[in-house]
Design a protein around this ligand. Structure first.
Ligand code: R5P
Length: 291
């Protein structure tokens, strides 16, 4: 097995290779003067199972094109099996036509991956209206989760936690983590008006006295979901709050805003940042052993 990391997979590809004691190589990627991508695989590939590691959090379009160019090249050069390991896989939230004429990107991007890979695995994809990867991808697709690692992190560091899910979809993370901890939990409801404008509501009161409120979600992007949730919790008397998420995308000034609101944020390392304190390379490595 050879682990090959793409531009946005290096931070975790090396860790996965270390855990598996397998070969490791980084994809060589640069751009021609006009902006076209040039991708080079620098290891012998004939007869090998190649795991391309890419986390699609930045320059997403280039990151997608990069793995497609690499996968097809690996196939031409004799690779046996080509697997995409995506700590963070994008386009999962666009799972329906929200406005007329809009692309349902989830299925289209999955179709591209189907065309070039033999299998795909990803950490905590944002599954909503389609609840299984099998209904989205045609190739073997495996969903992994960081839930037990997040629960472990909370257990070791935060006393008397109450787990809060900011919206209906977050129960897959918040309720699961609460159950592992034997902690109380509440799932709030959210209405999204635009990318930066959300409203969060509490349906059933919760007692936060002598408790630490821990908001658990899959993605933090602009941070507005968490900021609005924190407003609700503050009205209930919460002082210091925590947010534990799988994918810390943190666009624009999200981290600054969360810090200003006195929210301590921790994410996994599907996306590297100074908040990525929970290592998921072991979960990915274990599942690759079965491939
Ligand atoms: C969507 O429902 C996700 O679970 C997150 O709640 C959402 O992506 C967070 O986005 P933002 O940080 O921009 O509010």
């Amino acid at each position: 097995m050879l682990i090959v990391s793409g531009t946005h997979g290096k931070h975790i590809g090396r860790l996965i290779a270390g855990k598996l004691k397998s070969g490791y190589s980084a994809l060589i990627v640069d751009k021609f003067p006009d902006g076209e991508l040039r991708v080079r695989l620098s290891c012998p590939l004939k007869g090998k199972n190649i795991i391309l590691v890419q986390s699609f959090y930045k320059n997403i379009s280039d990151s997608v094109l990069e793995v497609i160019l690499a996968a097809e090249t690996a196939r031409e050069l004799g690779a046996k099996k080509i697997v995409l390991a995506a700590p963070y896989f994008p386009y999962m939230r666009q799972d329906k036509r929200f406005h007329s004429g809009e692309s349902v990107s989830q299925r289209i991007i999955a179709g591209l991956i189907d065309r070039y890979f033999d299998a795909v695995l990803m950490l905590d994809p944002h599954l909503h209206r389609k609840s299984k990867l099998q209904g989205i991808f045609r190739i073997k697709a495996q969903k992994l989760t960081a839930n037990s690692l997040m629960a472990d992190y909370i257990k070791k560091r935060i006393k008397n936690p109450v787990i809060i899910g900011p919206d209906g979809e977050s129960y897959k993370w918040a309720s699961a983590v609460a159950e592992m901890l034997g902690a109380e939990s509440r799932i709030l409801s959210k209405k999204r008006h635009s990318s930066y404008h959300v409203k969060v509501r509490l349906n059933k009161k919760i007692d936060l006295s002598n408790k630490n409120a821990v908001i658990v979600d899959d993605i933090v992007s602009t941070g507005h979901t968490i900021l609005e949730t924190a407003k609700v919790l503050r009205r209930l008397g919460a002082k210091k709050m925590y947010c534990i998420c799988v994918h810390g995308i943190f666009v624009n000034d999200a981290l600054k805003k969360l810090k200003k609101a006195n929210i301590e944020v921790v994410s996994t390392n599907t996306i590297p940042s100074k908040m990525s304190k929970i290592d998921v390379s072991g979960v990915i490595g274990e599942s690759l052993q079965q491939i």
